[in-house]
Design a binder for this molecule. Structure first.
Ligand SMILES: *Cc1c(COP(=O)(O)O)cnc(C)c1O
Length: 345
Protein backbone atom coordinates (compact mmCIF):
# COMPACT_ATOMS: atom_id res chain seq x y z
CA UNK A 1 0.00 0.00 0.00
CA UNK A 2 1.34 3.46 -0.93
CA UNK A 3 -0.22 5.87 1.55
CA UNK A 4 -0.39 9.48 0.33
CA UNK A 5 -3.19 10.59 2.67
CA UNK A 6 -0.80 12.68 4.75
CA UNK A 7 2.83 13.23 5.66
CA UNK A 8 1.84 12.18 9.20
CA UNK A 9 1.68 8.50 8.19
CA UNK A 10 5.46 7.99 8.20
CA UNK A 11 6.81 5.41 10.64
CA UNK A 12 10.12 5.68 12.46
CA UNK A 13 12.83 3.66 10.73
CA UNK A 14 15.42 1.49 12.52
CA UNK A 15 17.95 4.32 13.09
CA UNK A 16 15.31 6.67 14.50
CA UNK A 17 13.95 3.90 16.75
CA UNK A 18 17.48 3.16 17.97
CA UNK A 19 18.01 6.85 18.81
CA UNK A 20 14.74 6.79 20.76
CA UNK A 21 15.57 3.56 22.61
CA UNK A 22 18.98 4.85 23.61
CA UNK A 23 17.98 8.41 24.53
CA UNK A 24 19.27 9.86 27.77
CA UNK A 25 16.23 10.89 29.81
CA UNK A 26 15.18 12.71 32.99
CA UNK A 27 12.01 14.12 34.51
CA UNK A 28 11.29 17.14 32.34
CA UNK A 29 8.72 18.66 34.71
CA UNK A 30 10.81 18.14 37.85
CA UNK A 31 14.24 19.25 36.73
CA UNK A 32 14.64 18.74 33.01
CA UNK A 33 15.13 15.99 30.46
CA UNK A 34 18.52 16.27 28.72
CA UNK A 35 17.30 15.04 25.32
CA UNK A 36 14.32 17.42 25.39
CA UNK A 37 16.68 20.28 26.26
CA UNK A 38 18.94 19.27 23.36
CA UNK A 39 15.99 19.22 20.95
CA UNK A 40 14.74 22.59 22.20
CA UNK A 41 18.20 24.16 21.80
CA UNK A 42 18.65 22.69 18.30
CA UNK A 43 15.18 23.88 17.29
CA UNK A 44 15.71 27.41 18.62
CA UNK A 45 19.01 27.54 16.77
CA UNK A 46 17.49 26.29 13.51
CA UNK A 47 14.63 28.79 13.76
CA UNK A 48 16.78 31.70 14.92
CA UNK A 49 14.77 32.30 18.10
CA UNK A 50 15.88 32.79 21.69
CA UNK A 51 14.17 29.64 22.94
CA UNK A 52 11.91 26.74 21.97
CA UNK A 53 9.60 24.48 23.99
CA UNK A 54 8.72 20.87 23.16
CA UNK A 55 5.02 19.92 22.90
CA UNK A 56 3.33 16.56 22.40
CA UNK A 57 1.32 17.91 19.44
CA UNK A 58 1.11 20.88 17.13
CA UNK A 59 -2.48 21.38 18.18
CA UNK A 60 -1.51 21.85 21.82
CA UNK A 61 1.33 24.18 20.79
CA UNK A 62 -1.05 26.31 18.70
CA UNK A 63 -3.49 26.49 21.60
CA UNK A 64 -0.75 27.48 24.04
CA UNK A 65 0.37 30.22 21.63
CA UNK A 66 -3.16 31.63 21.46
CA UNK A 67 -3.37 31.54 25.27
CA UNK A 68 -0.03 33.37 25.64
CA UNK A 69 -0.65 36.04 23.01
CA UNK A 70 -4.26 37.01 23.78
CA UNK A 71 -6.58 37.98 26.61
CA UNK A 72 -10.00 36.41 27.17
CA UNK A 73 -12.80 38.35 25.52
CA UNK A 74 -10.77 39.45 22.51
CA UNK A 75 -10.88 38.30 18.89
CA UNK A 76 -8.20 36.65 16.78
CA UNK A 77 -7.81 36.93 13.00
CA UNK A 78 -7.65 33.50 11.37
CA UNK A 79 -8.12 32.25 7.82
CA UNK A 80 -11.34 30.26 7.60
CA UNK A 81 -9.49 27.32 6.04
CA UNK A 82 -6.68 27.22 8.63
CA UNK A 83 -5.83 24.35 10.98
CA UNK A 84 -6.84 26.40 14.03
CA UNK A 85 -10.35 26.77 12.57
CA UNK A 86 -10.77 23.41 10.85
CA UNK A 87 -9.23 20.95 13.31
CA UNK A 88 -8.78 22.35 16.80
CA UNK A 89 -12.23 21.70 18.26
CA UNK A 90 -13.00 25.33 19.21
CA UNK A 91 -10.00 25.16 21.55
CA UNK A 92 -9.22 28.87 21.14
CA UNK A 93 -12.71 29.67 22.46
CA UNK A 94 -12.52 27.15 25.27
CA UNK A 95 -8.95 27.56 26.49
CA UNK A 96 -8.11 31.17 25.60
CA UNK A 97 -11.66 32.58 25.71
CA UNK A 98 -11.26 34.28 22.33
CA UNK A 99 -13.47 34.31 19.27
CA UNK A 100 -12.31 33.96 15.67
CA UNK A 101 -12.68 36.71 13.12
CA UNK A 102 -12.52 34.77 9.88
CA UNK A 103 -10.40 35.99 7.00
CA UNK A 104 -11.68 34.67 3.69
CA UNK A 105 -11.68 35.49 -0.01
CA UNK A 106 -8.22 34.23 -1.02
CA UNK A 107 -6.72 30.71 -0.79
CA UNK A 108 -4.39 31.87 2.01
CA UNK A 109 -3.85 35.02 4.09
CA UNK A 110 -2.66 38.11 2.21
CA UNK A 111 -2.04 41.67 3.43
CA UNK A 112 -5.34 42.65 1.74
CA UNK A 113 -7.28 40.01 3.72
CA UNK A 114 -5.85 41.31 7.00
CA UNK A 115 -6.65 44.90 6.05
CA UNK A 116 -10.22 43.90 5.20
CA UNK A 117 -10.66 42.18 8.59
CA UNK A 118 -9.48 45.14 10.68
CA UNK A 119 -12.18 47.40 12.09
CA UNK A 120 -12.03 50.63 14.01
CA UNK A 121 -11.66 49.99 17.74
CA UNK A 122 -14.96 50.56 19.49
CA UNK A 123 -16.27 50.04 23.00
CA UNK A 124 -19.04 48.10 21.28
CA UNK A 125 -16.90 45.29 19.87
CA UNK A 126 -14.19 42.92 21.06
CA UNK A 127 -10.62 44.18 20.90
CA UNK A 128 -8.53 42.37 18.28
CA UNK A 129 -5.51 40.71 19.86
CA UNK A 130 -3.82 38.26 17.52
CA UNK A 131 -3.14 37.54 13.86
CA UNK A 132 -2.70 33.83 13.08
CA UNK A 133 -0.75 32.83 9.97
CA UNK A 134 -0.02 29.37 8.56
CA UNK A 135 2.96 28.52 6.34
CA UNK A 136 2.87 26.36 4.30
CA UNK A 137 -0.90 26.66 4.00
CA UNK A 138 -2.42 23.21 3.99
CA UNK A 139 -5.95 24.18 2.88
CA UNK A 140 -4.53 25.74 -0.29
CA UNK A 141 -2.34 22.74 -1.15
CA UNK A 142 0.85 23.47 0.82
CA UNK A 143 1.05 27.00 -0.57
CA UNK A 144 4.18 28.91 0.46
CA UNK A 145 4.16 32.51 1.68
CA UNK A 146 7.64 33.96 1.01
CA UNK A 147 9.43 35.70 3.93
CA UNK A 148 9.11 39.24 2.53
CA UNK A 149 5.38 38.82 1.98
CA UNK A 150 4.98 37.24 5.42
CA UNK A 151 6.74 40.29 6.92
CA UNK A 152 4.42 42.63 5.01
CA UNK A 153 1.34 40.73 6.24
CA UNK A 154 2.61 40.78 9.83
CA UNK A 155 3.30 44.53 9.54
CA UNK A 156 -0.35 45.18 8.69
CA UNK A 157 -1.33 43.28 11.84
CA UNK A 158 1.23 45.02 14.02
CA UNK A 159 0.02 48.42 12.83
CA UNK A 160 -3.36 47.40 14.27
CA UNK A 161 -1.65 46.34 17.54
CA UNK A 162 -2.00 42.62 16.88
CA UNK A 163 0.48 40.02 18.08
CA UNK A 164 1.46 37.42 15.45
CA UNK A 165 1.41 33.62 15.72
CA UNK A 166 2.82 31.52 12.90
CA UNK A 167 1.50 27.98 12.56
CA UNK A 168 4.52 26.50 10.83
CA UNK A 169 3.68 22.81 11.10
CA UNK A 170 5.28 22.62 7.63
CA UNK A 171 7.57 25.66 7.87
CA UNK A 172 10.45 23.28 7.07
CA UNK A 173 8.84 22.73 3.67
CA UNK A 174 8.41 26.47 3.04
CA UNK A 175 12.11 27.09 3.77
CA UNK A 176 13.18 24.12 1.63
CA UNK A 177 10.92 25.15 -1.26
CA UNK A 178 12.48 28.63 -1.44
CA UNK A 179 15.98 27.73 -0.27
CA UNK A 180 15.86 30.36 2.50
CA UNK A 181 16.70 30.07 6.22
CA UNK A 182 13.90 29.26 8.66
CA UNK A 183 14.77 32.42 10.59
CA UNK A 184 13.56 34.54 7.67
CA UNK A 185 10.00 33.47 8.60
CA UNK A 186 10.17 33.38 12.40
CA UNK A 187 11.41 37.00 12.44
CA UNK A 188 7.83 38.09 11.60
CA UNK A 189 6.13 36.23 14.46
CA UNK A 190 5.96 36.44 18.25
CA UNK A 191 5.60 32.67 18.44
CA UNK A 192 6.12 30.01 15.78
CA UNK A 193 4.90 26.43 15.94
CA UNK A 194 6.81 23.72 14.09
CA UNK A 195 5.83 20.03 13.90
CA UNK A 196 8.27 17.12 13.90
CA UNK A 197 5.69 14.50 12.94
CA UNK A 198 5.08 15.71 9.37
CA UNK A 199 7.94 16.18 6.89
CA UNK A 200 10.67 15.28 9.37
CA UNK A 201 9.12 11.86 9.93
CA UNK A 202 9.13 11.72 13.75
CA UNK A 203 6.33 9.69 15.38
CA UNK A 204 5.10 12.57 17.52
CA UNK A 205 5.94 16.09 18.65
CA UNK A 206 5.99 19.81 17.94
CA UNK A 207 7.57 22.95 19.37
CA UNK A 208 6.79 26.58 20.02
CA UNK A 209 9.65 29.00 19.40
CA UNK A 210 10.07 32.64 20.36
CA UNK A 211 11.48 34.96 23.00
CA UNK A 212 12.48 33.68 26.44
CA UNK A 213 9.62 35.66 28.00
CA UNK A 214 6.99 34.16 25.70
CA UNK A 215 8.39 30.66 26.14
CA UNK A 216 8.20 31.00 29.93
CA UNK A 217 4.51 31.79 29.60
CA UNK A 218 4.10 28.96 27.09
CA UNK A 219 5.53 26.56 29.72
CA UNK A 220 2.68 27.54 32.04
CA UNK A 221 0.08 27.21 29.29
CA UNK A 222 1.41 23.78 28.33
CA UNK A 223 1.28 22.65 31.96
CA UNK A 224 -2.30 23.93 32.26
CA UNK A 225 -3.30 21.89 29.20
CA UNK A 226 -1.79 18.76 30.70
CA UNK A 227 1.26 18.80 28.45
CA UNK A 228 3.94 18.63 31.14
CA UNK A 229 5.73 15.40 30.21
CA UNK A 230 8.20 13.37 32.26
CA UNK A 231 10.80 11.17 30.46
CA UNK A 232 9.82 12.86 27.19
CA UNK A 233 13.36 12.48 25.88
CA UNK A 234 12.17 9.16 24.41
CA UNK A 235 9.93 10.98 21.92
CA UNK A 236 12.16 14.06 21.68
CA UNK A 237 14.93 11.77 20.41
CA UNK A 238 12.78 10.84 17.41
CA UNK A 239 12.18 14.51 16.68
CA UNK A 240 15.88 15.32 17.09
CA UNK A 241 16.78 12.49 14.72
CA UNK A 242 14.32 13.88 12.16
CA UNK A 243 15.66 17.41 12.53
CA UNK A 244 19.25 16.25 12.04
CA UNK A 245 18.70 13.73 9.26
CA UNK A 246 15.53 14.51 7.32
CA UNK A 247 15.50 18.28 6.92
CA UNK A 248 17.83 18.14 3.93
CA UNK A 249 15.68 15.70 1.94
CA UNK A 250 12.40 17.67 1.89
CA UNK A 251 13.14 18.92 -1.61
CA UNK A 252 12.83 15.27 -2.75
CA UNK A 253 9.21 15.33 -1.52
CA UNK A 254 8.63 18.55 -3.46
CA UNK A 255 10.11 17.09 -6.64
CA UNK A 256 7.90 13.99 -6.21
CA UNK A 257 4.81 16.19 -5.67
CA UNK A 258 5.50 18.09 -8.90
CA UNK A 259 5.89 14.80 -10.78
CA UNK A 260 2.62 13.50 -9.31
CA UNK A 261 0.83 16.74 -10.27
CA UNK A 262 2.04 16.44 -13.87
CA UNK A 263 0.89 12.82 -14.21
CA UNK A 264 -2.57 13.21 -12.67
CA UNK A 265 -3.29 16.41 -14.61
CA UNK A 266 -3.45 14.31 -17.79
CA UNK A 267 -7.15 13.51 -17.41
CA UNK A 268 -9.92 15.44 -19.23
CA UNK A 269 -11.79 17.80 -16.89
CA UNK A 270 -9.40 17.35 -13.97
CA UNK A 271 -7.54 20.40 -12.70
CA UNK A 272 -4.55 20.28 -10.38
CA UNK A 273 -3.25 23.05 -8.13
CA UNK A 274 0.43 23.42 -9.05
CA UNK A 275 2.24 22.38 -5.85
CA UNK A 276 4.63 24.78 -4.07
CA UNK A 277 5.74 22.03 -1.68
CA UNK A 278 4.63 18.46 -0.81
CA UNK A 279 0.82 18.69 -1.11
CA UNK A 280 -1.15 18.15 -4.33
CA UNK A 281 -4.81 19.13 -4.57
CA UNK A 282 -6.74 17.49 -7.41
CA UNK A 283 -10.09 19.00 -8.43
CA UNK A 284 -12.50 16.62 -10.12
CA UNK A 285 -15.00 17.32 -12.90
CA UNK A 286 -18.78 17.28 -12.32
CA UNK A 287 -20.07 13.75 -11.82
CA UNK A 288 -16.87 12.38 -10.25
CA UNK A 289 -16.38 12.40 -6.47
CA UNK A 290 -13.30 12.17 -4.29
CA UNK A 291 -14.91 9.17 -2.57
CA UNK A 292 -14.99 7.31 -5.92
CA UNK A 293 -11.37 8.19 -6.66
CA UNK A 294 -10.24 7.21 -3.14
CA UNK A 295 -12.11 3.88 -3.33
CA UNK A 296 -10.78 3.07 -6.81
CA UNK A 297 -7.21 3.95 -5.86
CA UNK A 298 -7.42 1.95 -2.65
CA UNK A 299 -8.46 -1.17 -4.55
CA UNK A 300 -5.22 -0.79 -6.49
CA UNK A 301 -3.02 -0.22 -3.44
CA UNK A 302 -2.94 3.58 -3.17
CA UNK A 303 -4.46 5.72 -0.44
CA UNK A 304 -5.41 9.36 -0.98
CA UNK A 305 -7.48 11.70 1.15
CA UNK A 306 -10.96 12.98 0.36
CA UNK A 307 -10.30 16.65 1.08
CA UNK A 308 -13.66 17.90 -0.23
CA UNK A 309 -16.47 16.05 -2.04
CA UNK A 310 -14.72 16.88 -5.33
CA UNK A 311 -11.16 17.52 -4.19
CA UNK A 312 -8.57 14.80 -3.59
CA UNK A 313 -5.44 15.54 -1.56
CA UNK A 314 -2.13 13.69 -2.00
CA UNK A 315 0.88 14.35 0.23
CA UNK A 316 4.42 13.17 -0.50
CA UNK A 317 6.70 12.16 2.36
CA UNK A 318 9.69 10.22 3.67
CA UNK A 319 8.03 6.80 3.28
CA UNK A 320 7.03 7.32 -0.38
CA UNK A 321 9.99 7.01 -2.76
CA UNK A 322 10.13 8.62 -6.21
CA UNK A 323 9.20 5.23 -7.70
CA UNK A 324 6.28 4.83 -5.24
CA UNK A 325 4.94 8.27 -6.14
CA UNK A 326 5.37 7.62 -9.86
CA UNK A 327 3.36 4.40 -9.70
CA UNK A 328 0.77 5.87 -7.31
CA UNK A 329 0.27 8.84 -9.67
CA UNK A 330 -0.23 6.51 -12.63
CA UNK A 331 -2.85 4.54 -10.69
CA UNK A 332 -4.70 7.69 -9.56
CA UNK A 333 -4.64 8.98 -13.14
CA UNK A 334 -6.02 5.71 -14.53
CA UNK A 335 -8.75 5.54 -11.87
CA UNK A 336 -9.81 9.11 -12.71
CA UNK A 337 -9.72 8.42 -16.46
CA UNK A 338 -12.04 5.45 -16.03
CA UNK A 339 -14.46 7.48 -13.90
CA UNK A 340 -14.47 10.36 -16.40
CA UNK A 341 -15.06 7.92 -19.24
CA UNK A 342 -17.93 6.46 -17.20
CA UNK A 343 -19.75 9.81 -16.95
CA UNK A 344 -19.20 10.51 -20.66
CA UNK A 345 -20.82 7.25 -21.78
C1 LIG B 1 -0.79 18.90 11.51
C2 LIG B 1 -0.97 20.35 11.71
C3 LIG B 1 -1.16 20.90 12.99
C4 LIG B 1 -1.30 20.05 14.24
O1 LIG B 1 -0.29 19.18 14.50
P1 LIG B 1 -0.61 17.84 15.38
O2 LIG B 1 0.73 17.47 15.86
O3 LIG B 1 -1.21 16.87 14.43
O4 LIG B 1 -1.54 18.24 16.47
C5 LIG B 1 -1.31 22.26 13.09
N1 LIG B 1 -1.27 23.06 12.00
C6 LIG B 1 -1.10 22.58 10.76
C7 LIG B 1 -1.05 23.50 9.61
C8 LIG B 1 -0.96 21.21 10.57
O5 LIG B 1 -0.81 20.73 9.33
Amino acid sequence: MIDLRSDTVTRPGPAMRRAMAEAEVGDDVLDGDPTVRELEAATAEALGTERALFFPTGTMANQAAVMVLTRPGTEIFVHDDSHIVNYEMAGAAQFAGVQPRMMRGAPRVTAALVTAAIREPSPDSPRASLLCLENTFNGAGGMVTPPDELAAIAAVGRAAKLKVHLDGARLWNAAAALGVPLSSFTASADLTMVAYSKGLGAPVGAALAGSAAHIEEAWEARKRLGGGMRQSGIIAAGALYGLRNHLGRLTDDHTNAKRLATIVADVPGVSVVAPDSNIVMIDLPAGVTSAQVAAGARERGVRVSMWLPQRVRCVTHLDASAADVESAATIIRDVMRALVRGIAS
